[in-house]
Design a protein around this ligand. Structure first.
Ligand SMILES: NC(=O)c1ccc[n+]([C@@H]2O[C@H](COP(=O)([O-])OP(=O)(O)OC[C@H]3O[C@@H](n4cnc5c(N)ncnc54)[C@H](O)[C@@H]3O)[C@@H](O)[C@H]2O)c1
Length: 252
């Protein structure tokens, strides 16, 4: 194990990691944990105010391909390499297919799918040149099963899973791995806001918990831990996987 600049050992000492959506919830926790394992972390978000202390805060809209390319190139210029990209920024939508407007559909796809495409596209040349790299996309169980009133969201996360597999196969022999996380319901600020907006937030939370075989919602740090595993050398033979972290929800 390598030593970090501060002298402590870490699984990611000397590694450079870019995390999107790092200002809140799951992405923030990923950035925090990568930092804790010795990585240099570029923490990108539309609103970088919330990124963890110690990370390089980067304002970025992942839908903007040119800005994403610049952010990746700047990370490589500054830190000399790029080892891990976590395409985690994402937005939800809570409508069935009839009620989903074209504008909402396009926005959800722009952030969740095009944002992921932009990141992969601009990170890959650096990783291929180094013949090593790990990409971890935050998909969702919503891309694996149909969830009520989540038409655009389910479709977008299904696309993230499919893109993950395509990239994994394309570059498996080139030293670059690509996996995705499929979290179930995770108690992030996003889910908190959804529940707060319900007519009866307590009942809405109880209903979410009731459908969980594990009897509770997931925690952002539990998803982050899976991201660290997939990004680590311990997962050297893992590529193209849908890593489910859902307390048993989709197994039921
Ligand atoms: N919370 C859950 O239950 C859950 C379950 C499965 C998957 N996910 C996925 O996990 C990821 C993170 O979700 P979270 O629950 O932590 O949500 P969150 O809302 O707490 O955090 C998402 C972050 O992404 C940022 N973001 C949004 N649009 C962006 C853009 N265009 N460019 C850059 N940053 C942008 C936001 O500013 C925010 O800081 C998302 O991809 C989401 O789909 C969440």
């Amino acid at each position: 194990m390598m030593q970090t600049a501060s002298g402590s050992a870490g699984r990611f000492a000397g590694r450079v990691v870019v995390v999107t959506g790092a200002g809140s919830g799951i992405g923030r926790e990923m950035a925090r944990r990568f930092l804790g394992e010795g990585a240099r972390v570029v923490a990108a978000d539309l609103d970088p105010a919330g990124v963890p202390k110690g990370a390089d805060a980067q304002a970025l809209d992942v839908t903007d391909g040119a800005a994403f390319a610049q952010a990746i190139d700047a990370a490589v210029d500054r830190h000399g390499r790029l080892d891990v990209l976590c395409n985690n920024a994402g937005i939800g939508s809570t409508r069935d297919v009839i009620e989903t407007t074209a504008q909402e559909w396009e926005r959800v796809f722009a952030v969740n799918v095009t944002g992921t495409f932009n990141g992969i596209r601009h990170a890959l040349p650096h990783m291929l040149a180094a013949r090593r790299g790990a990409i971890v996309n935050t998909a969702s169980i919503a891309g694996m099963v149909g969830l009520r009133d989540r038409a655009a969201y389910c479709a977008s996360k299904g696309a993230v899973i499919a893109l993950t597999k395509q990239v994994a196969v394309q570059y498996a022999a080139s030293g670059v791995r690509c996996n995705c996380l499929c979290p179930g319901t995770v108690d992030s600020p996003w889910v908190g806001a959804l529940l707060d907006a319900a007519a009866d937030p307590q009942a809405a939370r109880a209903a979410l918990v009731a459908r969980q075989p594990a009897g509770r919602l997931g925690r952002p740090e539990e998803v982050a831990e899976a991201a660290l595993y997939l990004a680590s050398d311990a997962a050297a033979f893992v590529t193209g996987s849908e890593f489910v972290i859902d307390g048993g929800l989709t197994a039921a």
